[in-house]
Design a protein around this ligand. Structure first.
Ligand code: DLL
Length: 433
């Protein structure tokens, strides 16, 4: 099947614009009525829902940031009553609190529809066996892709992440044809396969759906070569929906955005100015169909580009280019979003440390390794080694709880980390992605 929803995927640009305008007007009324946060923000700048008449007026609306979700934690920006919320997901926030997302039954259907379209465009069919090695749980990766595959009618193996040898055994025994996971995990799987003496020909794998972290064309070439598969890029973020906000088709030339459900803009991250088509800048999304947590002009901090010319696959929807970076300091380590401020928060909690620390990220055997070096304070320095190890252990355990990933922690002698005369460089990211 070429399209999952031919009409929605091949509308003329005028039709897309009309649908977006209609839905935007409805959305603004909806959030003004149901979300005090939006109402207050609009009232502050003297904007009434009736002032928004088409997509041209989008620029009048204020931006929404992760901080807004944090200020209204956990459910303050939900527009539907809790009786209508059927699912809750969450992702990490800049400090402490997570960002919480709620879905109504209609939102879950829309998400599945977006993914069914996206996966079909990538070449997934009902004949496929899809092994989903994204995490299931509060992270949107696993369940998001799961519902999309089921909607297409493909057979899903909801194996979730980890236990790499079992992943490979399952792939061989069950005849998996499509693998969905982060691109770095896929490379790790490929490497482990080679170690186990299993060749790509011993599997039926032909396609991979990779996302949740930045990856380069070089990494795509490595994956495609080492596993003999086609590697497709899929993008999304929990706040806006989860995976499937945009996804490459078989042409692998930009990720199609489901524009009847989302409006994308590219802005200058410093000034907020909307940039003309083709410019590189921060991508901003407005959700047009969501009921649970509708978002107006949500700033993603992801750097990309937009093009609207018709794709060689026949789809007319706008495409976003591969994400090339972030406009903030968020790191993605083994698929988990990590803000340096979260690490700093943990260090400040634990006695025996100083505020001098450094975060080092390496990629060893295709796996991200996070190391935190922190200067001990002089009182600990003169104590026994055991005491120092105790503090390291405490920090490690706390980081594990707060970030959900394990880190190497190394206490170093006072005054050994490089001091800076200007802005301190806390993060050294040695990964060549
Ligand atoms: O990572 C959703 C997802 C799951 C997407 C599975 C694709 C596949 P969050 O945990 O909220 O949601 O993280 C969102 O991850 O703002 C980007 O910085 C980054 N990201 C997601 N997909 C890509 C991609 C999921 N294809 C954050 N390329 C986003 C580059 C990506 N970065």
């Amino acid at each position: 099947m070429k399209y999952f929803n031919e009409y929605a995927e091949t509308m003329s640009r005028d039709e897309i614009r009309n649908i977006q305008s209609q839905k935007l007007c409805r959305l603004v009324k909806y959030v003004y009525t149901n979300v005090p946060h939006y109402r207050e923000k609009m009232q502050k700048i003297g904007l009434l829902p009736g002032d928004i008449k088409s997509v041209d007026d989008l620029k009048l609306l204020p931006f929404t940031y992760k901080q807004d979700l944090r200020d209204t934690y956990p459910f303050g920006m939900f527009a539907a009553p809790m009786e209508q919320i059927v699912r809750i997901h969450a992702s990490s926030g800049t400090t402490g609190k997570q960002t919480v997302v709620g879905y109504t039954a209609h939102d879950i259907d829309m998400w599945a529809e977006c993914l069914a379209r996206a996966l079909t465009s990538a070449g997934v069919t009902r004949g496929d066996i899809v092994q989903i090695a994204y995490g299931y749980g509060l992270f949107t990766g696993g369940l998001g892709i799961h519902y999309g595959c089921e909607k297409i009618g493909a057979s899903v193996i909801p194996i979730s992440g980890g236990n790499t040898k079992r992943q490979i055994q399952t792939m061989v025994d069950f005849g998996t044809t499509v693998l969905a996971c982060t691109p770095s995990y896929c490379l790790y799987i490929a490497e482990t396969m080679a170690e186990m003496g299993i060749k790509p020909e011993d599997t039926k794998l032909r396609l991979g759906i990779f996302g949740a972290e930045p990856w380069s064309e070089q990494m795509r070439a490595d994956i495609e070569r080492s596993l003999g598969i086609k590697a497709i890029d899929i993008y999304g973020l929990s706040e806006v929906m989860g995976p499937g906000v945009a996804c490459e088709c078989e042409a692998q030339d930009g990720m199609h955005i489901q524009e009847d459900n989302f409006i994308a803009e590219i802005i200058d991250p410093d000034t907020g100015e909307v940039l003309p088509e083709g410019s590189t800048g921060e991508i901003v999304f407005t959700t047009l169909s969501k009921e649970g947590l509708p978002l107006i002009r949500y700033c993603t901090h992801d750097i990309s580009q937009l093009v609207t010319e018709r794709c060689s696959c026949g789809r007319t929807t706008a495409r976003m280019k591969k994400v090339t970076g972030r406009s903030d300091d968020m790191l993605i380590i083994r698929g988990v979003n990590v803000f340096p401020s979260q690490i700093e928060g943990v260090l400040l909690e634990v006695a025996g440390t100083t505020p001098n620390y450094q975060i080092i990220v390496n990629r060893v055997d295709n796996m991200d390794v996070l190391e935190v070096q922190v200067e001990m304070n002089p009182s600990i320095f003169s104590d026994e080694v055991k005491e120092v190890e105790n503090v390291e252990q405490k920090i490690r355990a706390r980081l594990d709880t707060v970030l959900g990933i394990n880190a190497k922690v190394r206490m170093v002698e006072p005054k050994t980390l490089v001091r800076s005369e200007g802005k301190v460089k806390r993060v050294i990211d040695n990964r060549r992605i």
